[in-house]
Design a protein around this ligand. Structure first.
Ligand SMILES: *Cc1c(COP(=O)(O)O)cnc(C)c1O
Length: 335
């Protein structure tokens, strides 16, 4: 799969490491867990959004944009990494923050919000839960246009066909590492949110013939709502790649039950997973995505939904700065 026809910026020295986790594996009593360190992507500190932005920002530059516009929740990694990309490219950046849980946007917040200010965001619009975010971002673009500027709107999570190419690139990288390191995984686990990562990975693995089941652990929706989103993303990416071979019916697999009580709110499984990875491997997960995704993986093996003698690859999508906004709950261990 040749991605060179798509304009691309480079923000990471690849490949990101694929590492075995011996102490975590021993603590669980199986499966053998490998971790793909996309938390070590560029843009200080980066994550899955870094890969998507390589293609999205290249498109913004090709269109002559001077400002990136995007949206997310008050502790959005995506907003923070988009802003970092803007800084690196000499662009400006405006954010629309959806206060999904009333009262959770605070100017004195730590974590990603602190980094919004440190990276010098131009402006933040805070809007209430349920706002039409596409319309809110379009209004920002219109305002800029009236000032003779040009905004480029990036959808939430950077999840469209172009952004999904980042995870086609990741699938290629992973395929080569699995060969070189002689790892034969039975399953790949990934957090599934706005769906660009999961959908891009499904499309990428299909396009290159990497035939390993992918389990998407929902961070905000149960499978009935999440699977159609991921399928739509995967099909959009495959169309962009001109891959006609039909996707197998079971290519998109989601698991629910680990994101409750609500997107971004802590639960006991997340706290256990974050603490366990920190204390066995010195790997920092995050409270909103990878902590819940890892809690799901741990539980699925404990309940032997999947056999414990498997080999699993967990895709670490980043997000550690948000830990600092959840310090109290992680210190006390009470969700
Ligand atoms: C955004 C994000 C996800 C979810 O990825 P999507 O492409 O939105 O599904 C997972 N982990 C982290 C750390 C994220 O910031």
């Amino acid at each position: 799969m040749d991605l060179s026809r798509f304009p691309r910026r480079c923000y990471t020295t690849t490949p990101t490491p694929l590492e075995f986790l011996p102490r975590f594996t021993a603590a669980l009593g199986g499966p053998k867990v490998w971790i793909k360190r996309d938390d070590l992507c560029g843009l200080s500190p980066g994550g899955n959004k870094t890969r998507k932005l390589e293609f999205l920002v290249a498109d913004a530059l090709a269109q002559g944009a001077d400002t990136l516009i995007t949206c997310g929740a008050p502790q959005s990694n995506h907003c923070r990494i988009t802003l970092a990309a803007a800084v690196k490219e000499g662009l400006r950046c405006r954010l629309v923050i959806e206060e999904r849980i009333p009262g959770t946007f605070r100017e004195d917040a730590s974590g990603n919000h602190f980094l919004f200010r440190l990276y010098g965001v131009e402006h933040i619009d805070v809007v209430p839960a349920g706002t039409d975010m596409a319309a809110a971002m379009a209004r920002v673009a219109t305002d800029l246009q009236q000032q003779g500027r040009k905004g480029y709107v990036i959808p939430g999570g950077g999840s469209n066909a172009l952004g999904g190419l980042g995870y086609v690139a990741c699938a290629q990288e992973l395929q080569q590492q699995l060969r070189e390191q002689d790892v034969r995984p039975d399953r790949i686990f990934v957090g599934s949110g706005s769906s660009g990562t999961h959908g891009g990975l499904v499309a990428g693995c299909h396009a290159i013939g990497l035939d390993v089941p992918i389990v998407g652990i929902g961070v905000s929706r149960d499978p009935e709502q999440q699977e159609p989103l991921v399928l739509k993303e995967a099909l959009a990416v495959l169309a962009l790649l001109s891959v006609d071979r039909p996707l197998p019916a079971d290519a998109v697999q989601c698991v629910g039950g680990y994101w409750q009580p609500k997107y971004s709110l802590p639960n006991p499984g997340m706290i256990e997973a974050v603490q366990l990875l920190a204390r066995t491997e010195a790997v920092l997960l995050d409270p909103v995505y990878t902590g819940k995704a890892m809690a799901g993986m741990i539980d699925l093996y404990r309940r032997e939904v999947f056999p414990r003698d498997e080999t699993a690859v967990f895709l670490h999508t980043g997000g550690a700065p948000a830990l600092f906004a959840y310090a109290d709950v992680l210190r006390t261990g009470e969700a």
